[in-house]
Ligand binder design. Structure first.
Ligand code: NAD
Length: 250
């Protein structure tokens, strides 16, 4: 079950963090994986590691917020590995993301959240969805966050708004492409172990808030993506799946 042999996967923002776990899990199921990142060296290191482990992987650096770069990057992936069957839109944390209350954020700061999480994800989807529909098979997995549906007091309103936006878009897209063998779902992550800047004691406090008693890992995310991207998940579409150790209930 959940075999991805013969499939080509593109994972955005896979040069570090959750994306590495997603790329490795898909590669382990047999997919040829294009490792995207804004930073070419990060994408290259991960692709080289996967290749050294015996998997098929390619560094595919480009900025997902630049539609021309996305089109060229996806064309390069298709040439090297084949057309993209599985797209995982994982890039979603703007560089130097400010954690600050809305009242302290100037309007000039708003745009980059929407540029990355909404338009960046849409550019990648636009570049692969026609081919998926024409071939009658495709999987789009959007990495989102609990912040998209739960109000939080610690300064992530713009981030949360951009995640809500892409979740709404994916629900509609899923309906439009459902008859073409293409599914589109969101995976909303909870408290993860790589939270930037958090020290051991804060991570411990965070872990105690999670019903299963630990923070999430890149391996947890990879396993869930493998399922959403599988042939067996063909009847699951238009959904947002919470992956959070039971931490939020809707
Ligand atoms: N880590 C968490 O606590 C957490 C919680 C909820 C949701 N998420 C979501 O999980 C996903 C991955 O998070 P992470 O913590 O691994 O992030 P991260 O910041 O550790 O890594 C993301 C990677 O994306 C790349 N990137 C940024 N902008 C890009 C762009 N324009 N084009 C291409 N690549 C770009 C970065 O260079 C970086 O290597 C994101 O969508 C995030 O919103 C994370």
């Amino acid at each position: 079950m959940f075999e991805a042999t013969g499939r080509v996967a593109l994972v955005t923002g896979a040069g570090q963090g959750m994306g590495v776990g997603i790329a490795r899990a898909l590669a382990a199921q047999g997919a040829a994986v294009a490792v995207n990142d804004l930073h070419p060296e990060r994408a290259g290191v991960v692709a080289d590691e996967l290749t050294a482990e015996g998997f098929t992987a390619l560094g595919a650096p480009f900025d997902v917020t630049d539609p021309d770069a996305v089109a060229a990057g996806v064309a390069h992936v298709a040439e090297a590995l084949g057309p993209v069957d599985i797209l995982v839109n994982n890039a979603g944390v703007p560089e130097g993301m400010a954690v600050a209350p809305f009242r302290d954020l100037p309007p000039t700061e708003w745009q980059r959240y929407v540029e990355l999480n909404l338009y960046g994800s849409m550019h990648c989807i636009r570049a692969v969805v026609d081919g998926m529909c024409e071939r009658g098979w495709g999987r789009i997995v959007q990495i989102s966050s609990g912040a998209g549906r739960t109000g939080l007091a610690f300064g992530v309103s713009l981030y949360g708004a951009s995640k809500s936006g892409i979740e709404g878009f994916v629900r509609h897209l899923a309906m439009e492409v459902a008859r073409h063998g293409v599914t589109a779902n969101c995976l909303a992550l909870g408290l993860m172990a790589n939270t930037a800047g958090a020290d051991e004691s804060l991570l411990g406090t965070m872990a105690r808030q999670v019903p299963v008693g630990r923070l999430g890992t890149a391996e947890d995310v990879g396993a869930a993506v493998v399922w959403l991207a599988s042939a067996e998940a063909s009847w699951l579409t238009g959904q947002t799946v919470d992956l959070n150790g039971g931490a939020t209930q809707h």
